[in-house]
Write a protein that binds this ligand. Sequence first.
Ligand SMILES: [Zn+2]
Length: 451
Amino acid sequence: MPEPSSNPLFPQGSEAADLVISPRLLLPVAPRNEALEGLSVAFRGGSITALGHRDEVLAEHPNTPHLELGHHALLPGLVNAHGHLAMSLLRGLGESESLTDWLNNTIWPLEARWMDEGFVRDGTRLAVAEMVATGTTTASDMYYFPETAALACRDAGFRLQAAFPLIEIPNAYSSDFDECLAKGLALRDRFRDDGLITTCFGPHSAYTVDPKRLRRVAVLADEVDADVHIHLHETEAEVAGARDAQGGTWIRILDEIGLLTERLQAVHMTAVTDAEIDLVSERGVRVVHCPHSNMKLASGICPVTKFRAAGATVGLGTDGAASNNGLDMFAEARLAALLAKSGDADPTVLPAADIIAMATLGGARAIGLDEQIGSIEAGKRADLVAVDLNHPAMQPVNDPHAALVHSDAGARVTHTFIDGQCVYENGVWKTLDIDEVLANAVSWRTRLNGD
Ligand SMILES: [Zn+2]
């Protein structure tokens, strides 16, 4: 058996897929959601090929490069189940405005003035750079020019669910709903067999898309076998508006339309009754919880523990950086834990291991990728993240899951692998020109502020 190298060098490109990693702790999430010692994982061609006792895995792979991570936890890459990636360029704008003012007076006018393919490409790259450095390997993105975003992600080796936008208001991307739909379906065709990019319908919300058109989305989603990703019941005001205009809540209306099914990825869900929680859970709707955005915009609190008790899948999302203001999913996990405990006035709800599962496999289930990602298991794609535990804020590690959730783990990510490719290692972005990404962000700040 070869001696494990303490300073491993492994080739990039396609050869980088062939590697054995031996972490101090391995958190597979499934089938056991525990922190395990003495294990190694091997992957080839982007797929996890072996997971087992270190000595056995190393003996089976005598010629494979070996990455020894003696102070690290290795876990599945985090899944950001809801975001608007290019909006990273709007980070910090419209601070402390109400949701309505923030959208109507700040975000939408800026997007109307500036949003184009260049904005989307530069903003998406900025978002991917932040996410891979903080342990996220997959994101769902709902934004204009989704093809540009998808190509930017694929070039960076980042896994994306592109929820192609369906909106009625004319903008630089589309003149109406029908054009959105045509472009979205073409996008779906183009990326049908892509290893990193998946697509789904992305109607912005029930209050911005006419119910008749949402009915078309429901029929089309069945025809092409696709999910539907939508902001739903984000605030009490949104629900009150539905009652005034439609005579019922959006959840009830979507149920009548035929959208309240296992195809639906429902984002936010802060304003829901117990009966609606039961209905949504019975229908198999997947819920995406965005605690930071909800708290920052005072939108309300998603009753996560009730959804989980009712059997619903719950994933976590950051929402756009304009309402967060970051895309660090470990930070989102911490907020989800704190909000559930304080919201329920019960410190026993959502223990750290459950939160880690929600941020990984829960997110993968929420966006329909759980057969490929979300846990470290043989046969799944090698989306892996290493966190250095050798830090005063982490030690002693009596509870690894709690350390990851509550001790700023996003700042201590050392390695990020997506589909077996190392995209980030010890402060170095392997697939992005970080100087260019940051220079572009500064350039957009100047343009947006009219400096
Ligand atoms: Zn959103």
